[in-house]
Design a protein around this ligand. Sequence first.
Ligand code: ADP
Ligand code: ZN
Ligand code: ZN
Length: 691
Amino acid sequence: MTESKGAGVVRVAVDAPQHSGLNGPLDYASEQALASGTLVRVPLGRRELLGVVWPGEAVGQPEMALRPVAAVFAALPPLGADWCRMLDFAAGYYQRSVGELASAVLPPQLRELSPEQLVARLRKLDRKPAKAAAASPVKPPLAPEQAEAVARIEAQLASAAPRPAPRPALLFGVTGSGKTEVYLRAAEAALAAGRQVLVLVPEINLTPQLEARFTERFAALLPQPLAIVSLHSALTPAQRLQNWLAAHLGRARLVLGTRLAVFASMPELGLIVVDEEHDPSYKQQDGARYSARDLAVWRAHDLKVPVVLGSATPSLESWQHAESGRYERLTLAARIGGGVLPRVRLFDMKSLPATAGVTTALTAPLLAALKERLDRGEQSLVFLNRRGYAPVLHCGECQWKSDCPHCSAWRVFHKRDRTLRCHHCGFTERVPSACPNCGNHDIAPIGRGTEKLEEQLTEALPGARVLRIDADSTRRKGELETQLKAVHDGDVDILVGTQMITKGHDFRRIRFVAAVNPDGALFSSDFRAPERLFALLMQAGGRAGRDASGETPAEMWVQTWHREHALYQALARHDYVRFANDQLAERRSASLPPFSHLALLRAEARTADAAKAFLLAAAELMHDEGVLVYPPVPHAVARVADVERMQMLLEASQRARLQAALRAWVPELIALKRVHKAVLRWAVDVDPLAI
Ligand code: ADP
Ligand code: ZN
Ligand code: ZN
């Protein structure tokens, strides 16, 4: 039960600006007793903001005249003590104020509504018509490995409280091994026990597919309106509030969503699933830079409920936990129906005649392979992680390149709408007809993106139905669904795209996947780049041969200048375990995560010097010698929208040590910022994904 406070003083978590230095909950006067977790509106400065009555004793000095709570959302049950605990933890861990975090993760529309308007919304929920009765679903009999995994999770669900928190389960299953069926069965068991279930996916564009699968399975079991809802940022504000309310009121039994859904209020939460747990999109990249995967594990532990982390290529953090026994590993080694993983062909670019090899991504042997598949009526996927037509336009006379005037980056040439677009700040101009520098008319694109690949494929393979799917082709609502349907229906011969098409999709017809230019990530300065590349290629390869009934062997074609690289060698054998253990050994000897713990201090200013001065001064304020502070360096893209970005890495061997040091440091940084007026923004990123 939530504690009730007597009339008088209440603490309210409210989004006070960081520079004000007010970072805990603030005290307000209230005439009525308010339970913790109650939503309220309170004045702050000249504004009135959404706030949450926070657990704990008010520390306010009685002699101070407190401002009164302006309005109370009395019709809404208070947020649970568990929800407040999670927010307290996350705010502390990621070094933000709890009010800021609460305001960021509650549905945005709550901020705009009055208590009366919210009452109207709640009434509207009651009037949702019931759905037509659904037929009971057909459940496939489980494969032995699936049955084993399901049994383990069911055992965790069944063990009666009080009990220790179950160990997080790492469902390590190759692509096409039926991980989703395991989630469905586990969810079924939790639902049958009267619990709510939360399922997280990395990408918004995977939610419709997942929602369809869960709805198909559970529509008969959960006939009530809003029993299955999704939560992600592509919903309209009204839908998002409606679905959030359904979860909070316990009507939604199953919540499917992207990272923000980890903060859904679910009073009867009994199971959390994190699909593709290794995916970088679980990490929020601004504001409170939380990891939804890590918070899911924390939340499950706090509630003593099972959490299932699924992946064919687990993050090395999770893999290490499985190795050490902290997580329970559940392995699905076989593809459903005996489908074999695609044969990986590492195509050696050095084997091409020197002239041809350098300029072309569509090598003659690759075209021949595509042609062969085409003639047999099979589908292929060509993958290139760069959208647009070409990454840069170039003048052969004066060497002008299409740089962005506001960023340290090239503007990408988009041929379809004849624009030069900066993918960092959005700055867009029409393509000049002549070199803006010397007037030469002969300006040409260098390199290639998906748009050019699409064009070249169409030219090289007349009659082939080529479809490109990337962020540009799917800008309008509904486009992605239409395009995916065309692929599933077999109306496409060759699918071209970015990593958007490599994740999660259960394409049944694809038998050939090509990665035309993946080498870039091999030599990145980011220590996580190989891990990401390996996962991406395994995922991409996993789109091929998902239907075992195909007559020809499925194949993955990787064009590389570095065939012998250990990463590709492990890929060719589908040997994640080998790859992971090699990487972990390297990380251990270099004391990189998961064997050390990192944080980044980022600073942005009009000049690099100003940003750097702030970071250097901040370094002086770090007094814990157990925390190693590296020199400031520019961000990988140093300037964006005329702002210079610098960052400084901190490393400690113990998480708790780093946490304690950050806790002491951040208030000093708030004060420091007042002196460094040229700094526009600064932020601490705990457990940064990219450095
Ligand atoms: P993963 O997520 O591991 O890549 P999926 O869950 O998408 O794999 O499963 C791959 C395919 O196998 C899906 O089409 C799914 O419907 C099917 N499938 C899963 N489990 C079974 C089963 N026990 N019997 C028959 N088909 C199954
Ligand atoms: Zn720009
Ligand atoms: Zn020129």
